[in-house]
Design a protein around this ligand. Structure first.
Ligand code: SAM
Ligand code: SF4
Length: 330
Protein backbone atom coordinates (compact mmCIF):
# COMPACT_ATOMS: atom_id res chain seq x y z
CA UNK A 1 0.00 0.00 0.00
CA UNK A 2 1.45 3.32 -1.11
CA UNK A 3 -0.30 6.56 -0.21
CA UNK A 4 -0.64 9.67 -2.43
CA UNK A 5 2.61 11.09 -1.01
CA UNK A 6 4.63 7.99 -1.86
CA UNK A 7 4.74 6.71 1.72
CA UNK A 8 4.60 2.93 2.09
CA UNK A 9 2.04 1.88 4.70
CA UNK A 10 3.48 -1.04 6.66
CA UNK A 11 2.40 -0.34 10.23
CA UNK A 12 -1.07 -0.80 11.69
CA UNK A 13 -2.05 0.24 15.19
CA UNK A 14 -5.22 -1.32 16.50
CA UNK A 15 -7.18 -0.04 19.46
CA UNK A 16 -8.83 -3.22 20.71
CA UNK A 17 -10.99 -1.46 23.30
CA UNK A 18 -11.76 2.12 24.29
CA UNK A 19 -12.05 1.08 27.94
CA UNK A 20 -9.35 1.37 30.54
CA UNK A 21 -8.72 0.64 34.20
CA UNK A 22 -6.95 4.03 34.55
CA UNK A 23 -8.17 7.57 33.90
CA UNK A 24 -4.95 9.45 33.08
CA UNK A 25 -5.52 13.18 33.36
CA UNK A 26 -4.19 14.00 29.88
CA UNK A 27 -6.03 11.13 28.21
CA UNK A 28 -9.49 10.78 29.68
CA UNK A 29 -12.07 12.66 31.67
CA UNK A 30 -12.94 10.93 34.92
CA UNK A 31 -16.53 10.31 33.85
CA UNK A 32 -15.91 8.91 30.36
CA UNK A 33 -18.77 7.33 28.46
CA UNK A 34 -17.60 4.28 26.58
CA UNK A 35 -18.93 2.73 23.42
CA UNK A 36 -21.87 0.35 23.64
CA UNK A 37 -20.68 -3.24 23.30
CA UNK A 38 -22.77 -3.81 20.14
CA UNK A 39 -20.63 -1.31 18.22
CA UNK A 40 -17.39 -3.04 19.03
CA UNK A 41 -15.86 -5.60 16.71
CA UNK A 42 -15.57 -9.11 18.06
CA UNK A 43 -12.08 -10.52 18.51
CA UNK A 44 -12.69 -12.72 15.46
CA UNK A 45 -13.62 -9.66 13.39
CA UNK A 46 -10.51 -7.82 14.59
CA UNK A 47 -8.41 -10.80 13.58
CA UNK A 48 -10.02 -10.84 10.13
CA UNK A 49 -9.42 -7.12 9.66
CA UNK A 50 -5.80 -7.28 10.78
CA UNK A 51 -5.21 -10.28 8.56
CA UNK A 52 -6.55 -8.33 5.56
CA UNK A 53 -4.07 -5.53 6.33
CA UNK A 54 -1.26 -8.07 6.56
CA UNK A 55 -2.24 -9.45 3.16
CA UNK A 56 -1.95 -5.89 1.86
CA UNK A 57 1.58 -5.43 3.16
CA UNK A 58 1.42 -4.48 6.82
CA UNK A 59 4.56 -5.87 8.54
CA UNK A 60 4.15 -4.46 12.01
CA UNK A 61 1.09 -4.58 14.23
CA UNK A 62 0.64 -2.80 17.54
CA UNK A 63 -2.28 -3.49 19.84
CA UNK A 64 -3.30 -0.57 21.98
CA UNK A 65 -6.41 1.04 23.42
CA UNK A 66 -7.77 2.10 25.92
CA UNK A 67 -5.97 -0.59 27.80
CA UNK A 68 -5.57 -3.58 25.47
CA UNK A 69 -5.02 -6.06 28.29
CA UNK A 70 -8.37 -5.31 29.96
CA UNK A 71 -10.37 -6.52 26.98
CA UNK A 72 -11.89 -9.88 27.89
CA UNK A 73 -10.10 -12.77 26.20
CA UNK A 74 -7.65 -10.45 24.46
CA UNK A 75 -4.98 -13.14 24.56
CA UNK A 76 -7.00 -15.23 22.10
CA UNK A 77 -6.59 -12.35 19.61
CA UNK A 78 -2.87 -12.00 20.35
CA UNK A 79 -2.46 -15.73 19.83
CA UNK A 80 -4.44 -15.68 16.58
CA UNK A 81 -2.34 -12.79 15.24
CA UNK A 82 0.81 -14.55 16.40
CA UNK A 83 0.31 -17.10 13.62
CA UNK A 84 1.45 -14.45 11.13
CA UNK A 85 4.80 -14.24 12.91
CA UNK A 86 5.18 -17.97 12.40
CA UNK A 87 4.55 -17.73 8.66
CA UNK A 88 6.83 -14.72 8.27
CA UNK A 89 3.97 -12.54 6.99
CA UNK A 90 4.45 -10.23 9.96
CA UNK A 91 7.78 -8.93 11.31
CA UNK A 92 6.52 -7.71 14.62
CA UNK A 93 3.54 -8.02 16.94
CA UNK A 94 3.67 -5.68 19.90
CA UNK A 95 1.52 -3.70 22.28
CA UNK A 96 1.30 -0.50 24.25
CA UNK A 97 0.01 -1.03 27.77
CA UNK A 98 -0.31 0.74 31.08
CA UNK A 99 1.28 -2.35 32.68
CA UNK A 100 -1.49 -3.04 35.18
CA UNK A 101 -2.16 -6.55 33.81
CA UNK A 102 1.36 -7.47 32.75
CA UNK A 103 2.12 -9.62 35.78
CA UNK A 104 -0.67 -11.89 34.55
CA UNK A 105 0.13 -11.93 30.83
CA UNK A 106 3.87 -11.33 30.31
CA UNK A 107 4.84 -15.01 30.02
CA UNK A 108 2.08 -15.78 27.57
CA UNK A 109 2.92 -12.75 25.43
CA UNK A 110 6.53 -13.87 25.20
CA UNK A 111 5.52 -17.43 24.38
CA UNK A 112 3.29 -16.22 21.51
CA UNK A 113 6.21 -14.35 19.97
CA UNK A 114 5.85 -10.79 21.24
CA UNK A 115 9.42 -9.51 21.60
CA UNK A 116 9.02 -5.99 22.91
CA UNK A 117 6.33 -3.89 24.52
CA UNK A 118 5.76 -0.24 25.36
CA UNK A 119 4.71 0.50 28.91
CA UNK A 120 3.42 3.95 29.85
CA UNK A 121 4.79 5.26 33.11
CA UNK A 122 5.07 8.98 33.82
CA UNK A 123 6.47 8.98 37.35
CA UNK A 124 8.26 6.80 39.91
CA UNK A 125 6.45 8.44 42.80
CA UNK A 126 3.44 6.38 44.02
CA UNK A 127 1.43 9.43 45.08
CA UNK A 128 2.04 11.24 41.81
CA UNK A 129 1.30 8.08 39.90
CA UNK A 130 -2.16 7.91 41.41
CA UNK A 131 -2.64 11.65 40.85
CA UNK A 132 -1.82 11.26 37.13
CA UNK A 133 -3.66 7.99 36.47
CA UNK A 134 -6.44 8.72 38.99
CA UNK A 135 -7.18 4.97 39.44
CA UNK A 136 -3.75 3.35 39.01
CA UNK A 137 -1.38 1.80 41.55
CA UNK A 138 2.34 2.11 40.91
CA UNK A 139 3.27 -1.17 42.65
CA UNK A 140 1.02 -3.17 40.26
CA UNK A 141 2.80 -1.65 37.28
CA UNK A 142 6.20 -2.30 38.85
CA UNK A 143 5.23 -5.95 39.36
CA UNK A 144 4.13 -6.08 35.74
CA UNK A 145 7.41 -4.62 34.54
CA UNK A 146 9.38 -7.13 36.58
CA UNK A 147 7.33 -9.99 35.10
CA UNK A 148 7.87 -8.69 31.57
CA UNK A 149 11.60 -8.41 32.14
CA UNK A 150 11.76 -11.97 33.53
CA UNK A 151 9.83 -13.19 30.49
CA UNK A 152 12.55 -11.70 28.28
CA UNK A 153 10.46 -8.93 26.73
CA UNK A 154 12.34 -5.79 25.70
CA UNK A 155 10.69 -2.83 27.37
CA UNK A 156 10.29 0.75 26.30
CA UNK A 157 8.86 3.20 28.80
CA UNK A 158 6.62 6.01 27.49
CA UNK A 159 6.67 9.17 29.58
CA UNK A 160 4.30 12.03 28.81
CA UNK A 161 6.09 15.24 29.79
CA UNK A 162 3.78 17.23 32.03
CA UNK A 163 4.67 20.71 33.16
CA UNK A 164 4.66 21.07 36.94
CA UNK A 165 3.78 17.39 37.41
CA UNK A 166 6.69 15.12 36.49
CA UNK A 167 9.23 17.59 35.11
CA UNK A 168 11.35 17.36 38.29
CA UNK A 169 11.80 13.60 37.73
CA UNK A 170 13.23 13.33 34.25
CA UNK A 171 16.85 12.75 35.33
CA UNK A 172 15.69 10.13 37.79
CA UNK A 173 13.61 8.40 35.11
CA UNK A 174 16.58 8.29 32.72
CA UNK A 175 18.81 6.84 35.45
CA UNK A 176 16.17 4.31 36.50
CA UNK A 177 15.49 3.14 32.93
CA UNK A 178 19.23 2.75 32.39
CA UNK A 179 19.57 0.64 35.55
CA UNK A 180 16.62 -1.56 34.60
CA UNK A 181 17.72 -1.97 30.98
CA UNK A 182 14.73 -0.17 29.46
CA UNK A 183 14.59 2.33 26.63
CA UNK A 184 12.73 5.52 27.47
CA UNK A 185 10.67 7.80 25.27
CA UNK A 186 9.35 11.22 26.16
CA UNK A 187 6.08 12.30 24.54
CA UNK A 188 4.59 15.76 24.24
CA UNK A 189 0.98 16.20 25.30
CA UNK A 190 -1.21 16.16 22.22
CA UNK A 191 -4.47 18.09 21.99
CA UNK A 192 -6.93 15.21 21.73
CA UNK A 193 -10.36 15.02 23.34
CA UNK A 194 -12.07 17.13 25.96
CA UNK A 195 -10.75 16.52 29.47
CA UNK A 196 -13.37 18.16 31.62
CA UNK A 197 -11.77 21.09 33.39
CA UNK A 198 -8.06 21.54 32.83
CA UNK A 199 -6.75 22.66 29.46
CA UNK A 200 -3.56 21.42 27.90
CA UNK A 201 -1.92 24.82 27.91
CA UNK A 202 -1.13 24.12 31.55
CA UNK A 203 0.18 20.60 30.86
CA UNK A 204 2.15 21.29 27.72
CA UNK A 205 5.91 21.16 27.99
CA UNK A 206 7.90 21.35 24.74
CA UNK A 207 10.44 18.54 24.49
CA UNK A 208 13.04 20.95 23.14
CA UNK A 209 13.17 22.28 26.71
CA UNK A 210 13.24 18.80 28.24
CA UNK A 211 16.06 17.76 25.96
CA UNK A 212 18.10 20.82 26.84
CA UNK A 213 17.66 20.24 30.56
CA UNK A 214 18.58 16.56 30.31
CA UNK A 215 21.77 17.44 28.45
CA UNK A 216 23.08 19.25 31.51
CA UNK A 217 23.44 15.86 33.19
CA UNK A 218 23.62 13.29 30.35
CA UNK A 219 25.66 12.96 27.18
CA UNK A 220 23.62 12.21 24.07
CA UNK A 221 25.20 10.30 21.20
CA UNK A 222 23.35 10.59 17.92
CA UNK A 223 22.01 7.33 16.49
CA UNK A 224 20.06 6.41 13.40
CA UNK A 225 18.07 3.79 15.33
CA UNK A 226 14.51 3.59 13.96
CA UNK A 227 11.61 1.48 15.16
CA UNK A 228 9.17 2.37 12.43
CA UNK A 229 7.50 4.70 14.93
CA UNK A 230 7.71 8.47 15.18
CA UNK A 231 10.37 8.76 17.92
CA UNK A 232 13.82 10.27 17.28
CA UNK A 233 16.48 8.52 19.33
CA UNK A 234 19.81 9.25 20.97
CA UNK A 235 21.93 6.90 23.06
CA UNK A 236 22.64 8.08 26.59
CA UNK A 237 26.38 7.54 26.93
CA UNK A 238 26.30 7.12 30.72
CA UNK A 239 23.61 4.39 30.70
CA UNK A 240 24.16 2.88 27.26
CA UNK A 241 20.40 2.96 26.70
CA UNK A 242 18.29 4.66 24.12
CA UNK A 243 16.27 7.76 24.77
CA UNK A 244 13.59 8.86 22.33
CA UNK A 245 11.57 12.01 21.81
CA UNK A 246 8.15 12.13 20.17
CA UNK A 247 7.51 15.71 19.28
CA UNK A 248 4.32 16.10 17.27
CA UNK A 249 4.10 19.77 18.21
CA UNK A 250 7.63 21.09 18.03
CA UNK A 251 8.78 18.86 15.20
CA UNK A 252 6.41 17.61 12.57
CA UNK A 253 7.18 13.97 11.79
CA UNK A 254 4.51 13.41 9.17
CA UNK A 255 6.80 13.19 6.17
CA UNK A 256 7.96 9.71 7.13
CA UNK A 257 4.60 8.45 8.40
CA UNK A 258 4.11 4.77 7.57
CA UNK A 259 1.09 3.99 9.74
CA UNK A 260 -2.66 4.00 9.98
CA UNK A 261 -4.91 3.40 12.98
CA UNK A 262 -7.90 1.19 13.44
CA UNK A 263 -10.41 1.64 16.25
CA UNK A 264 -12.29 -1.15 18.02
CA UNK A 265 -15.40 -0.27 15.99
CA UNK A 266 -13.58 -0.83 12.70
CA UNK A 267 -13.02 2.82 11.84
CA UNK A 268 -9.74 3.48 10.09
CA UNK A 269 -8.00 6.79 10.79
CA UNK A 270 -5.39 7.61 8.21
CA UNK A 271 -3.88 10.31 10.44
CA UNK A 272 -3.84 10.68 14.23
CA UNK A 273 -4.43 14.42 13.95
CA UNK A 274 -7.21 14.58 11.36
CA UNK A 275 -10.91 13.73 11.52
CA UNK A 276 -11.14 11.93 8.17
CA UNK A 277 -11.81 8.23 8.61
CA UNK A 278 -13.10 5.19 6.75
CA UNK A 279 -15.67 2.73 8.05
CA UNK A 280 -14.39 -0.81 7.56
CA UNK A 281 -17.00 -2.48 9.75
CA UNK A 282 -19.76 -2.28 7.14
CA UNK A 283 -17.77 -3.95 4.34
CA UNK A 284 -16.39 -6.46 6.86
CA UNK A 285 -19.87 -7.47 8.02
CA UNK A 286 -21.55 -7.36 4.64
CA UNK A 287 -19.75 -10.38 3.27
CA UNK A 288 -17.55 -13.28 4.33
CA UNK A 289 -15.44 -12.61 1.30
CA UNK A 290 -12.71 -9.98 1.83
CA UNK A 291 -12.96 -8.36 -1.63
CA UNK A 292 -15.12 -5.43 -0.56
CA UNK A 293 -13.11 -4.94 2.61
CA UNK A 294 -9.84 -4.83 0.71
CA UNK A 295 -11.28 -2.32 -1.75
CA UNK A 296 -12.37 -0.13 1.18
CA UNK A 297 -8.89 -0.29 2.75
CA UNK A 298 -7.24 0.66 -0.54
CA UNK A 299 -9.65 3.56 -1.04
CA UNK A 300 -8.87 4.82 2.46
CA UNK A 301 -5.10 4.67 1.95
CA UNK A 302 -5.56 6.62 -1.27
CA UNK A 303 -6.80 9.55 0.80
CA UNK A 304 -4.26 9.49 3.61
CA UNK A 305 -3.58 13.18 4.34
CA UNK A 306 -0.18 14.77 4.19
CA UNK A 307 -0.06 15.52 7.93
CA UNK A 308 -1.64 16.96 11.02
CA UNK A 309 -1.83 20.49 12.33
CA UNK A 310 -1.68 20.22 16.10
CA UNK A 311 -1.10 23.53 17.85
CA UNK A 312 -1.16 24.24 21.57
CA UNK A 313 -0.95 27.84 22.61
CA UNK A 314 -3.15 30.31 24.37
CA UNK A 315 -5.24 30.97 21.28
CA UNK A 316 -5.86 27.24 20.67
CA UNK A 317 -7.14 25.71 23.89
CA UNK A 318 -9.69 23.51 22.14
CA UNK A 319 -8.66 20.02 21.07
CA UNK A 320 -7.49 19.78 17.45
CA UNK A 321 -9.52 16.62 17.13
CA UNK A 322 -12.48 15.81 19.34
CA UNK A 323 -11.77 12.12 19.88
CA UNK A 324 -9.69 11.01 22.84
CA UNK A 325 -6.35 9.26 22.47
CA UNK A 326 -7.98 6.13 23.90
CA UNK A 327 -10.08 5.86 20.71
CA UNK A 328 -7.16 5.66 18.31
CA UNK A 329 -4.63 4.45 20.80
CA UNK A 330 -1.76 6.91 20.36
N1 SAM B 1 -3.46 2.28 27.88
C1 SAM B 1 -2.26 2.08 27.17
C2 SAM B 1 -1.15 2.96 27.73
O1 SAM B 1 -1.45 3.86 28.49
O2 SAM B 1 -0.01 2.70 27.37
C3 SAM B 1 -2.35 2.25 25.68
C4 SAM B 1 -3.18 3.39 25.16
S1 SAM B 1 -2.59 5.02 25.55
C5 SAM B 1 -3.83 6.03 24.80
C6 SAM B 1 -1.17 5.17 24.48
C7 SAM B 1 -0.20 6.26 24.81
O3 SAM B 1 -0.79 7.50 24.57
C8 SAM B 1 0.26 6.27 26.26
O4 SAM B 1 1.66 6.27 26.30
C9 SAM B 1 -0.28 7.57 26.79
O5 SAM B 1 0.57 8.13 27.76
C10 SAM B 1 -0.35 8.40 25.54
N2 SAM B 1 -1.31 9.50 25.60
C11 SAM B 1 -2.60 9.49 25.97
N3 SAM B 1 -3.18 10.72 25.82
C12 SAM B 1 -2.21 11.54 25.35
C13 SAM B 1 -2.15 12.91 24.96
N4 SAM B 1 -3.21 13.70 25.04
N5 SAM B 1 -0.97 13.39 24.51
C14 SAM B 1 0.12 12.60 24.40
N6 SAM B 1 0.14 11.29 24.72
C15 SAM B 1 -1.01 10.76 25.19
FE1 SF4 C 1 -5.80 4.42 30.00
FE2 SF4 C 1 -3.57 4.55 28.60
FE3 SF4 C 1 -5.36 6.55 28.49
FE4 SF4 C 1 -3.99 6.18 30.70
S1 SF4 C 1 -3.14 6.72 28.72
S2 SF4 C 1 -6.22 6.50 30.57
S3 SF4 C 1 -3.75 4.01 30.77
S4 SF4 C 1 -5.66 4.52 27.78
Amino acid sequence: MIDPFGRKITYLRVSVTDRCDFRCVYCMAEDMTFLPKAEILSLEELDRLCTAFIRLGVRKLRLTGGEPLVRRNVMSLVRALGRHLGTGALDELTLTTNGSQLAKYADELAEIGVRRINVSLDTLDPGKFTAITRWGKLDKVMEGLAAAKRAGLAIKINVVALKGVNDDEFDRLVAWAGDEGYDLVFIEVMPMGELGGETRVEQYLPLSLVRGRLQRRWTFDETDYQTGGPARYVTVRETGHRLGFITPLTHNFCESCNRVRLTCTGTLYMCLGQEDAADLRAPLRRSDDDAELIAAIKAAIARKPKGHDFVIDRRHVRPAVSRHMSVTGG
